[in-house]
Every structure is written in structure tokens, then in C-alpha cells.
Design a protein around this ligand. Structure first.
Ligand code: COA
Length: 561
């Protein structure tokens, strides 16, 4: 039995490629075609197969090394006379062509892996009982002090042979350490963050020895009782390839549970790193929700699309998104999916906030007389079945101000560099509903009387709360009023409802002392906050607008003029 070199075969035109995984270690027995290591070009990951059956005596490369056709990657002692031959590109033996794990066939089970399963030594038949095994860290492809990033089992878990026990990650690769036996996890001897090297104790396993077991305990590799077992490490990617093809997935994305771990192989992690994709946000479509390359690519595509549509991740503004910490480190948290309305509102608010240079103008309107008049109409309102609140007066005043200062009744078409002037006065009213904010629109406010406006705003607000608004009833506004007067507050800075160019915020009216030139008078003052798009409206016009509103509401007879 002579020692032979293992060489890199023809790489199909690729020049230098990187070794990204070592799949065997010195001392391992392999069959012909067993995958020995994985190399990665910019197009595909390729497993380098063993040229024959035998024992690996040495690996001369490590993860991260660059190799090319003909390079020696290791030595082996051939056991069947066929192996150990030169499997470089000079060989005609097509069996020695590397098996490609291209993106077209990412889930294909490699022959080598299947054979590796089959070639496990037969289990020792026992008549029953159990034994305790201490599982040790196997050779880690030449790496030492590799941190544990995930513990995949808990004490008390019943596991199968080959189930991943822990995942370790160096700066080059992620590896799962599989269990050499099926059994029950008795004690975990490592913690996340611990640094592991070959021979360290991983966990204690209670292995049930059941000779009557139908499958003969085939998952249980034989060892003598009490012997410490070193499983063969496998990369997460390799584990992924062995699982059956992707299981059925729900189409909706469930955000990961707090502190949830990401399951993905090294090549996938590398791709995500290169694309700057946050793996905790990606839904894995592979077995056990493992993230596959396709998932990373689909995620990046969807983020780009959202970004182009002004979505929440980016707005084309170049402003980086907000990275969320793991909140569970500070205390208990729950996650729930946003309602569609909340998601749409969030998108619209962000779009407006980032696109519109906002300024807010504040003013107080003396509504002492208006309030006295409103109250005097209470009995009439009861007869009509309509409640007269301050809102119809504010609507009417805004309609008058929009007619007098038409620069507020526009939209900007920045693409065509045009100002769109509206010849109608439709006003939206923000309504607070249990499902979120809705903005029904009252048409032709300038042509309607106070009772009509009171009835229509009450009806639309009720429809909004009952989720009965039709899309047409929420479209076409020139301007918006958002009234928090029934709730409280002294002032606020509303966000313009683009493509409108201004919004009036109304806060709670309060009695204030107002100087009349001779003495202070108690007056009911209504705080107004006008936010406007400074591209369309200048500050002086905004001050004119709020002053006009104040005058109109201060003497409601002027609303008739
Ligand atoms: N100052 C003092 N009191 C006020 C007031 C003000 N500015 N505005 C309303 N009120 C009073 C009303 O007179 C009424 O009192 P009353 O029952 O004693 O007569 C009470 O507050 C409740 O009024 P409300 O039912 O809110 O009627 P409205 O016509 O003023 O408002 C809506 C209707 C739909 C605008 C309002 O119900 C609403 O949803 N507001 C919230 C809007 C919002 O969330 N905006 C935030 C956007 S970011």
C-alpha cells in the first residue's frame, strides 16, 4: 500500500480557486468519489472527490488557501489499488471530475455523502440497556479555539446519529459538529461563546442499546462503552445538502423569535456578507428553515424593489436603514406583524418626511365668539341629529384661506418641473380609528354649509371607524386637517400628506389671558400648527395663511363674505 498524492483535477477553465471547506481529516477512511474538500469559484462551489478508496494520510491545504489544477491537496494510502492515482487534469478518468454544487442543483445529495452514510460500520447488537458516551470535539480542519455560535440541542433532547450538536464558526467557515450516536442528551458541557479545539468535551449522551430495534440501531455507530467519541465535523452547507429538498414553506415571513439563531452554511453566509444582507431578516426555505443562496438573493432583490418604491428599508435617499438590536437582551419582548394599514401609513409618512422640506407655523385663534355661537346651536343640532363641533368651522375657514392663498392649493410635479394648481377645494380629515389613521375627504368644502360639513365629517369619521370607507372617499384631497383638539396638547408638527403641500394641526382650545390694549381678557384660544412644504410655500405665505385662519375663526361672520 503506497502513499499517493491527491491533486486538484481540471477545473473547467477556472484559474485559481479558494478552498472553503475541508470535508475529511488525516486518518479518515474514504471511498472512491467521497468528497474531500469544497472549493469555490465565483460561479459555483465544487466538491473535490476522492480518486479512490483508502485512508487520508495528510491534507496539505487549509480553508482559505488558493489552489489550481494539478496542485497537491493531500496524500492518501489507496486500499483498492485504484485510488491514489493522479486525479489531475491529465487523467482521462471522467469519474474523477469534481461534482458541482452549482446554483442549478443546490439541493442534490452528493453521491459521496450518500456513500459515506452507507459505509458506516455496522452497529454492535446489544440486548438492551443504555450506556453513557462523552462526545468529544473532532478534528476541526486544522483550526483551534473556534467559538461555539450555536448549541443545537438541549439537555433531555432525543437525537438521531448525525444530528447537529453544536455549530462553530471561524472567520472562514461555519461547521456543525454532528452526533456520532442516537440517544438522549444527558449533559451539555459547553456554552455559546466557548472556544473549542479537537478533543474538548462537548456533551454527555445516554445511548440506548436496544438489540430488538427494528433498524438495528443503525444510527448508532459502535463504540465500546465509556469510550469517548469524536464525530466527524461537517459544514452546515454539507448538512444542508443531505437534507431532503426544501420543505413546504409558508409564504408569509415570520420575523425570527427574539434571540433566534440563523441556520446557514458557510458559502451562504459568505454571500450574505458580500451583499450586506442581514441574515436575521432572511426566511430560510431549506430544510429546518436553513437559509439557502436563493433565499439571500431573493431577499436582496425584494429589498431593492422596496427601496425603489420608497419602502421602509431605503428611499433612494442614501440614508442607511436603522439596525435593530436584539431587544430580548434587555427584557422580554413580543413581535407581531404590522397590519397592512400600519405598514402603508409608515411608508407614506417616511416618504413624505424624507421628500418634503417641512416647516411648521404656529398661531392661536381666538374662538371665544365662535364657541359661544357653536354652543347656541346645540338645540338645533339635536333636532337635526347632527353634532356641531369646532371642526366644521375650521373646515370652512381653511376652504376660504385656500381660495384666498391658492399657492397652498397646489401639488409639485418635480419630474416635469411644474406646479399643479387645483381649481377645486377638497379637504381631508385625519380620523383616529382602532385600526390606525385614515383620511376621508370632504369634497367642495367651499360650497357647503356648516351643518352639511358637520354631518358629512361625522358620517365619514364613523365610516372610517367601521372600516367602511370606499377608496374614492379617501382620494383627491388638496389639504388635510388633523384635529387633536378633542384629546389634548398645545401644539404639534404634523407631517404633510404628500402630494398636498400643507396640513393644519389643531390642538385643544384653552382659556388664556389676552391683552386688549387696556387689560387682560379671558379668551378661548385655539392652537393651530400649519406644516407646509417649503418648496411650494414660503414662510411669509404660511404666516399669512395662519393669520387669515385666526381672523376667520375670530369673527365667523367673515366666513360668509
Ligand atoms: N379644542 C377643544 N375641544 C375640542 C376641540 C378643540 N380643538 N375639537 C373638538 N373638541 C371637543 C368637541 O367639541 C367635543 O366636545 P363635546 O362633546 O363637549 O362637544 C369633543 O372635543 C370631541 O370631539 P370629536 O368627537 O373629536 O369631534 P371633532 O369633530 O372635533 O373631530 C375627528 C372629529 C374625526 C377629527 C376626531 O374624532 C379625530 O379622530 N381626531 C383625531 C385625529 C388624529 O388622530 N390626528 C392625528 C394625526 S397624526
Amino acid at each position: 500500500m503506497s502513499e499517493q498524492e491527491i491533486k486538484v483535477p481540471d477545473l473547467g477553465g477556472a484559474d485559481e480557486v479558494e478552498v472553503i471547506e475541508l470535508l475529511v481529516s488525516a486518518g479518515d477512511s474514504v471511498e472512491a468519489e467521497d468528497p474531500l474538500l469544497t472549493i469555490e469559484t465565483d460561479k459555483a462551489s465544487v466538491e473535490l472527490p476522492s480518486p479512490g478508496a483508502g485512508k487520508i494520510t495528510k491534507l496539505t491545504v487549509k480553508v482559505g488557501d488558493k489552489v489550481k489544477e494539478g496542485d497537491v491537496v493531500g496524500m492518501m494510502e489507496a486500499s483498492d489499488g485504484s485510488g491514489g492515482s493522479d486525479n489531475s487534469g491529465d487523467s482521462d478518468d471522467s469519474e474523477n471530475e469534481p461534482e458541482e454544487k452549482t446554483e442549478d442543483a443546490p439541493k442534490e445529495e452528493s453521491k459521496g455523502q450518500a456513500e459515506a452514510q452507507d459505509s458506516k460500520p455496522a452497529p454492535k447488537k446489544k440486548s438492551g440497556g443504555s450506556r453513557k458516551e462523552t462526545v468529544l470535539v473532532p478534528p476541526l480542519d486544522g483550526m483551534e479555539n473556534v467559538p461555539v455560535i450555536e448549541i443545537n440541542v438541549s439537555e433531555g433532547d432525543t437525537i438521531e446519529a448525525d444530528d447537529a450538536l453544536v455549530t462553530v464558526e471561524s472567520d472562514k467557515a461555519t461547521m456543525e459538529i454532528p452526533s456520532p450516536y442516537g440517544g438522549k442528551v444527558a449533559k451539555i458541557l459547553v456554552a455559546e461563546g466557548d472556544k473549542l479545539s479537537e478533543g474538548d468535551k462537548l456533551l454527555e449522551l445516554t445511548v440506548v442499546e436496544d438489540g430488538d430495534d427494528e433498524d438495528g440501531g443503525q444510527d448508532q455507530a459502535p463504540t465500546d462503552s465509556g469510550e469517548e467519541a469524536k464525530p466527524e465535523p461537517k459544514t452546515d452547507e454539507a448538512a444542508q445538502q443531505k437534507e431532503p429538498a426544501a420543505q413546504a414553506q409558508s409564504s408569509t415571513y415570520e420575523p425570527p423569535a427574539p434571540g433566534a439563531k440563523v441556520h446557514a452554511g458557510p458559502a451562504v453566509r459568505k454571500l450574505a456578507r458580500e451583499l450586506g444582507a442581514d441574515m436575521t431578516r432572511i426566511k430560510g426555505s431549506g430544510p429546518k428553515s436553513r437559509i439557502l443562496k436563493d433565499d439571500v438573493q431573493d431577499y436582496v432583490k425584494s429589498q431593492l424593489q422596496q427601496s425603489q418604491q420608497g419602502g421602509s428599508v431605503g428611499t433612494g435617499s442614501g440614508i442607511p436603514g436603522v439596525k435593530l438590536p436584539d431587544f430580548s437582551q434587555f427584557g422580554e419582548v413580543e413581535r407581531e406583524a404590522m397590519s397592512r394599514m400600519m405598514a402603508v401609513t409608515a411608508t407614506n409618512m417616511q416618504r413624505s418626511w424624507l421628500n418634503v422640506p417641512h416647516v411648521t407655523q404656529f398661531e392661536d385663534a381666538d374662538i371665544t365668539d365662535m364657541e359661544a355661537f357653536r354652543k347656541s346651536q346645540k338645540a338645533a343640532g339635536e333636532k337635526k341629529g347632527v353634532k356641531m363641533t369646532p371642526l366644521p368651522f375650521i373646515l370652512k375657514a381653511c376652504a376660504t384661506a385656500l381660495a384666498e392663498l391658492p399657492q397652498f392649493n397646489v401639488s409639485l410635479d418635480m419630474e416635469r418641473k411644474e406646479v399643479v394648481r387645483k381649481q377645486y377645494i377638497h379637504i381631508g380629515i385625519a380620523v383616529d380609528t382602532p385600526n390606525g389613521l385614515m383620511v376621508p375627504v370632504i369634497r367642495d368644502v367651499d360650497q357647503k354649509g356648516l351643518w352639511e360639513l358637520a354631518a358629512e365629517s361625522a358620517e365619514l369619521a364613523q365610516k372610517a371607524r367601521d372600516k367602511k370607507l370606499k377608496p374614492a372617499e379617501m382620494q383627491g384631497a388638496c389639504f388635510t386637517i388633523t384635529s387633536l383638539g378633542g384629546i389634548g396638547g398645545t401644539a404639534f408638527t404634523p407631517i404633510v400628506n404628500t402630494p398636498e403641500v400643507a396640513i393644519l394641526g389643531v390642538s385643544k382650545a384653552a382659556m388664556k389671558p389676552v391683552w386688549d390694549g387696556a387689560e387682560f381678557q379671558p379668551k378661548l384660544m385655539l392652537p393651530l400648527s400649519l406644516s407646509y412644504d417649503h418648496r411650494a410655500v414660503n414662510g411669509a405665505d404660511a404666516a399669512r395663511f395662519t393669520s387669515l385662519l385666526s381672523q376667520l375663526m375670530g369673527d365667523i361672520r367673515t366666513l360668509l363674505l
